[in-house]
Design a protein around this ligand. Structure first.
Ligand code: C2E
Ligand code: CA
Ligand code: CA
Length: 449
């Protein structure tokens, strides 16, 4: 993670980086205090994307001035904004507003201000910023902590390819699953839940053959929340059924849009184990998929089946009977049983990323992956390796006969619009071309070894 330079002048209003005495105020008091006065402080770290290619195209000196142009544009649009450089392609912004609710609208105003093209030596050029930010009651503002939290938000924003704004006013509440579950039904209704898509690519044909839908929550004050922070709680509180039905509806609509554009690939949805023995959910999900006119598949874990095998297997048959392809997720990570594996009506087995990310650095994992591929093929299933992050892993998987790959090397999960662009521009090919040459050349050697 690039550290923010600490030798630049402090933001106005923040006198030093020494930790100030923390105001002892209850959260409710802090929120009340914040109602009218400009006492909610935001720090946003804005990173200019594709900086390396800009620097190559325009030269180091001109590229260094780019952030000045961005800062000037932003300060003109938001006069109360404090801006200072924090690196060659990084700008730190400070803003004081009256309440946490104002945070997302400031972020929007920054985005709008940047949207119009910049004049790069006579050429109009749209710059793209990735933003990670935090907000906190001014009474609690500790600059060092805020910058560290903003840096982490920026790291998450890069990974998610989506801006992240976190509310530190009551960080504990962000981790409180009960509070999150109270908010989840409203979040679904208000459009805060959305899906990102990650392609699965068939290795031999070098074609995108399906995609996995991954749920995210864009929380108005806590920023982006990943499924790891709320799926388990949703499973415990029964909201998982409502959430998953919403996800199925959304994925059906998106799949139909893709099909109309000539990309008729199935979209796979993760189905929690608890739902596999919920007859009401199974009935509703089948009705949605049957009426949806879209190619939808489900990913389920084997552990979920082992919990209540008879009803899970019966329900999986119901899905398979209406033409829903099933993939066994996270294979190798949890409980595995050959007896059940044989009985599952699944057409795909996904090797857990735990084994794939270590593939080229461990002695044991290639053996596990190789034998899993052979086992799946013997059971008439295709194999997907998830967590493919490097060309070396892709090359080795190709040699091992793995059918499909999914992972950051090909694409991170991206929002629907970006996924459409990814498909239209065949972006997966960039990751596929060179490794293919390597593993095709080595294939004969591997087989005779
Ligand atoms: P999963 O089903 O195993 O999903 C794959 C996870 O691996 C995703 O994390 C994805 O972002 C991440 N990933 C993809 N490629 C790579 C890679 O190359 N390297 C590494 N290190 N990671 C990679 P995410 O989106 O945070 O999802 C985490 C888990 O949350 C999922 O694991 C799934 O179990 C659950 N989940 C996500 N969406 C849903 C949903 O709609 N419903 C349910 N029930 N669970 C979901
Ligand atoms: Ca999955
Ligand atoms: Ca998985």
């Amino acid at each position: 993670m690039p550290r923010v330079r600490s030798d630049h002048p402090p933001l106005a209003g923040i006198a030093s980086r020494q930790r100030p005495r923390r105001a002892i105020l209850a959260t409710a008091d802090r929120r009340r205090l914040c109602r009218d006065l400009p006492c909610y402080r935001l720090i946003l770290l804005c990173e200019l994307e594709e900086f390396a290619s800009l620097r190559r195209a325009m030269g180091v000196t001109r590229a260094r001035l780019l952030m000045d142009d961005v800062a000037a544009r932003l300060v003109a649009a938001l006069p109360d904004l404090r801006a200072r450089p924090a690196g060659p392609n990084l700008l730190e912004l400070g803003y004081d507003c009256t309440s946490p609710v104002a945070g997302p609208s400031i972020l929007d105003r920054v985005r709008v201000a940047i949207a119009a093209p910049f004049d790069l030596d006579g050429e109009p050029y749209r710059l793209s910023l990735r933003i990670g930010g935090v907000g906190v009651a001014a009474a609690d503002a500790d600059e060092v902590q805020m910058i560290e939290a903003a840096e982490q938000a920026l790291v998450d924003a890069r990974q998610m390819q989506a801006d992240v704004l976190r509310d530190l006013i009551d960080p504990a509440a962000g981790d409180d699953p009960i509070q999150l579950m109270r908010e989840l039904p409203g979040a679904i209704a208000e459009g805060q839940i959305f899906l990102q898509y990650q392609p699965k690519v068939r290795v031999r044909q070098q074609k995108v053959v399906s995609a996995e839908a991954l749920v995210r929550w864009r929380h108005p004050t806590r920023g982006l929340i990943l499924p790891g922070a709320f799926i388990e709680a949703a499973e415990r509180s029964n909201i998982i059924g409502t959430l998953t039905l919403w996800i199925i509806r959304r994925a059906i609509a998106d799949q139909r849009t893709l099909a109309a554009q000539g990309y008729d690939i199935p979209i796979f949805i993760n189905i929690s184990g608890v739902l596999l023995s919920d007859t009401g959910f199974v009935r509703d999900a089948c009705a949605l998929v049957a009426a949806g006119g879209a190619k939808i598949g489900f990913e389920i874990t084997e552990t979920a089946v082992i919990r209540d095998p008879e009803s899970a297997i019966a329900n999986l048959r119901t899905f398979a009977d209406i033409g829903v392809p099933l993939a066994i997720d996270d294979y190798g990570a949890g409980l595995s049983s050959l007896a059940y594996l044989k009985r599952l009506p699944a057409s795909e087995l996904k090797i857990d990323k735990l084994f794939v990310t270590q593939l080229t650095s461990s002695n044991r994992d290639p053996l596990i992956v190789r034998s899993t591929i052979d086992l799946a093929h013997a059971l008439d299933m295709e194999v997907t390796a998830e967590g493919v992050e490097t060309p070396a892993a892709l090359a080795l998987l190709g040699v091992m006969g793995c059918d499909m790959v999914q992972g950051f090397l090909i694409s991170r999960p991206v929002e629907f619009a970006a996924f459409q662009t990814f498909l239209a521009e065949d972006r997966h090919l960039a990751a596929m071309v060179s490794p293919r040459m390597t593993f095709l050349r080595n294939e004969g050697q591997w087989k005779t070894a």
